[in-house]
Design a protein around this ligand. Structure first.
Ligand code: FMN
Length: 218
């Protein structure tokens, strides 16, 4: 929940296993967090150098709150739980998301069930997506759809950017134009997404949580 001391908790998850474009975009977007008209606390986590093993289907993470396989999942899981806003920045892999991010989603979905001790917890985190691949029409929207589906499944609030160049996510390709130009264009799109997220976060999430707390356990 947002609190007055720390402000809105924004978590950026860089889904590339390289130090490359996805993580660069996240860093650039969060440079502007201090311009937001309310206090924020920003954490960036990158999957670069992290180990997140695939789910083995044992269902034990439901009992043990995600703490079954010994790797970097638990730390990321706890950060995800305590955030109000999550921004994923991902490369396209094989017209989809990288396997490491899929491993995180698989385990997250199972672990929250145990952690929250309810069947379908209303997390209501505001979620935005930045996607880039090497080629135009190389699968950016498919990768974004994976994250959109994940967000809906987790009872979160996916948002788009606020312009026509930014439909369900901030997306672009890096190789068909001068790479630096392409990245700068994406930074601008991603910033729009960032501000759209901020507005959605201040409005929708807090109102929904208030409503829900009046009628049910979140
Ligand atoms: C395993 C793998 C699969 C990829 N598949 C695609 C693809 O389907 N479509 C595409 O446009 N680019 C694809 N790419 C290219 C990356 O998306 C692109 O180089 C991106 O800028 C890498 O981002 P990063 O620097 O954040 O890792 C692929 C790259 C790798 C390593």
């Amino acid at each position: 929940m947002p609190n007055e001391e720390n402000g809105i908790q924004i978590l950026g998850i860089g889904a590339s296993l390289r130090k490359g474009n996805s993580n660069y975009l996240l860093r650039r977007v969060f440079e502007s967090a201090s311009e937001l008209p309310f206090p924020t606390s920003v954490k960036i986590v990158t999957l670069h150098g992290k180990k997140i093993h695939p789910c083995v289907g044992c269902y034990k993470c439901r009992e043990k709150c995600g703490s079954v396989l010994k790797d970097d999942f638990q730390e990321l899981f706890l950060k995800w739980l305590s955030s109000d806003v999550v921004i994923y920045s991902t490369p396209v892999y094989h017209m989809s998301i990288p396997g490491q991010l899929k491993c995180f989603f698989d385990r997250l979905g199972q672990s929250v069930t145990g952690y929250c001790n309810v069947r379908s917890a209303r997390h209501l985190k505001v979620v935005g997506t930045i996607v880039q691949g090497a080629h135009t029409a190389g699968g950016e929207e498919f990768a974004a759809l994976n994250i959109l589906q994940h967000s809906v499944l987790m009872n979160c609030i996916p948002v788009s950017g606020d312009g026509w160049e930014s439909y369900i996510c901030a997306a672009g390709s890096t190789k068909n134009q001068n790479t630096l130009d392409a990245m700068e264009k994406l930074v601008i799109l991603s910033l729009r997404l960032h501000f759209a997220l901020a507005v959605a976060c201040c409005g929708a999430r807090q109102k929904l949580l208030q409503l829900l707390s009046a009628v049910a356990k979140p």
